[in-house]
Design a protein around this ligand. Structure first.
Ligand code: SAM
Length: 284
């Protein structure tokens, strides 16, 4: 009998992957975690039934959450990752030799441990790079207690704003991010998607809150085949740096990083949004 994983993107539209093996299922204090093996997407894992990371397309998400910020400020030294238990975001940040410290705050230690076991493509970096410090606690509390001016870059690699991820989409959280960033600080956040109504509502709510706090608050997009509609967004917010006006392609080139999704032409293009997305964002 065929075994399929299905994720409902709306009550009457779903995305399915044929599963070769259901590797593990675990209910933690925070959420349900499942790992699967498939031909087309490789190993993938879900939290509460929603796809988080697949081996096939994770490069798009993890390159795009990280590299646009470094091409805007190549002098980033101290980085804070909130969530991101699979390690993919930490892996991309750790490619910069100029970074001195990578603090990663993941609420659920089991996500990290299971990814280390089943998804080394993203998680193997976590015990290889000594600059990475793991904290297993709520990101909301962590930023509340962190001293001001302590990070050049915050990457919010979160689940959706339901369950433990909810607090990462609040004004209080974004205000604390502002406070703990340095003067050239940049906040990149998982910004949901413009396409389906429920995701678009969250996208607008997040943008509205960030825009009130940060003088520069932009949104950029990328293609993510395993996420609802395949069209996903990150927010770029900063105290002083604009991702287009302060873009430093020549300096980023010097890092000599080989990427599969991000490139210097795409950097600018990703901030050019479809008209309906611009209108949705302008309406808040
Ligand atoms: N790329 C993924 C996506 O957009 O669907 C997100 C991947 S990562 C696995 C998301 C992580 O955020 C999860 O492991 C979850 O445990 C963590 N998380 C959720 N709420 C959190 C919180 N309040 N503090 C820290 N981590 C949190």
């Amino acid at each position: 009998m065929d075994l399929w994983f299905s994720e409902f993107h709306t009550p009457d539209a779903k995305f399915s992957i044929k599963v070769k093996e259901h590797l593990v299922t675990e209910q933690t204090k925070f959420q349900r975690i499942d790992f699967f093996r498939s031909d087309t997407f490789g190993t993938f894992f879900t939290i509460d039934g929603l796809i988080m990371v697949t081996e096939k397309d994770e490069f798009a998400y993890h390159e795009m959450i990280c590299h646009p910020a470094f091409a805007t400020n190549p002098y980033i030294k101290n980085v804070l990752i909130i969530g991101g238990g699979d390690g993919g975001t930490a892996r991309e940040v750790s490619r910069y030799p100029t970074v001195q410290k990578i603090d990663m705050v993941e609420i659920d230690e089991r996500v990290v441990r299971l990814c280390q076991q089943y998804l080394p493509q993203t998680a193997s970096i976590l015990d290889k790079d000594e600059r990475i410090n793991l904290f297993f606690e709520d990101g909301v509390e962590f930023v509340k207690n962190a001293p001001g001016n302590s990070y050049d870059l915050i990457l919010v690699d979160s689940t959706d704003p339901i369950g433990p991820g909810e607090g990462l989409f609040t004004t209080e959280f974004y205000s604390n991010c502002y406070r703990i960033l340095t003067d050239c600080g940049i906040l990149i956040n998982q910004h949901e998607s413009p396409y389906y109504e429920r995701d678009a509502r969250e996208m607008k709510r997040a943008h509205q809150k960030i825009k009130r706090i940060f003088p520069i608050a932009k949104v950029y997009d990328f293609h993510m085949p395993s996420y609802p509609s395949g069209h996903w967004l990150f927010g770029f917010a900063s105290k002083s740096l604009d991702p287009i006006e302060d873009f430093k392609p020549e300096e980023w080139k010097k890092f000599n990083l080989k990427t599969r999704y991000y490139n210097l032409e795409l950097h600018k293009a990703s901030f050019a949004l479809p008209t309906y997305v611009k209108e949705l964002l302008e309406s808040v």
